[in-house]
Design a protein around this ligand. Sequence first.
Ligand code: SF4
Ligand code: SF4
Length: 379
Amino acid sequence: MPYAPFSIKFMSVLQQAIDTIKLLPTGGPGVCTILITNACNANCDFCNYAREKTFVTEHKWIDADKLCEAIDILYDRSVRYLTFVGGEPTLHPRLKDIIAYATKKGMRSTVVTNGSKLTPTLLKELKNSGLKNLSISIDSPSAEKHEKNRGLPKVWERIKAANEECKRLSIKTAASVTINKLIGDFRELLAAVKELGFESVTFAYPKTSSGATTSLSFSETSLLIDYTPDELIAALETVKSLKGEFGILNPGESLTELVRFLKQEKQMYPCYGGYKYFYLDYNFDVYRCDRWPTKMSSIFDFRDQPFIRDNCTQCMSQCYRDSSVLLHTSVSVGDAIGHLREGKILSAVQDIAKPSNFSSLKTLIEDWGTLKKLAKIEK
Ligand code: SF4
Ligand code: SF4
């Protein structure tokens, strides 16, 4: 049966293409970040999940069976990409079952981890569950500074070994770097990340305040993320200037947009938090994002919940803002289809002819090589 693997791969690509076309009227596939636990074994200065801080008073673990029901609802509402976060998500004993369920439905999962638990056994289990992407946190070009901030001795070597294992298993890894003062020289950081075996990196923009949700991934007091707007602008511009030298996944247009944000200039790309991007916590409440104080609904009422689309640009949360730039054109196509169905041809033309669509497409084309590498799975 020499042609069977090709046929299976072809059918899966075809199914995915049909699914994406079906989702176009609603703006394309959506994304949901899922907080599966608040427990963490690390002690990062710039995060309030840190094990020695007092913000987590009781460990919470999402109920895996109920989460599978929630995943069904997210799927029905166009979500196709899931990002599992914590705390430390690999501490959840049923992570692999949850991912396996999502994979079976045709959804793609990413896990954001500090890397400390990535043993060959766990990686094999995650691979078998269908995991294709891992995002592993790195804070500094110096192993010593990284491990000190994380409070995780020897994690640097563990990450290096995990990257080797992931290559063998065809799991794509990306370094996830919060812009912080331990970076020092960004070029040195990229060299270190490469040496660790990563082919790409995403920079997260520092979070210094709470959105009053269950998310504790911020710190109001950490000096490591205490930047003036000008310092942060310089950091974003440095990241942008290095995009040609390494696989930096932040879209160039998004970096430019956030420089405009810091300069308090007009924003070009509305955030789709509440429309194409959601945050689900271990209480099964859905928020438009991890910064919004009021929930949209319980996930179990989410099927009938209206989406929110109010062109919010209140913050510079990386995952929401970067994704919104990448989704911008497909959302415009969805709008145009909606207007055509109502017979509003001029509005449909205006949806497509927006200058922001061309800039969003341009950044997609510029970043295509890196994005393709991240998405490409050999088997
Ligand atoms: S940044 Fe991640 S690893 Fe560090 S304390 Fe927070 S949740 Fe844990
Ligand atoms: S801009 Fe920020 S606050 Fe507004 S929806 Fe997006 S992530 Fe949420």
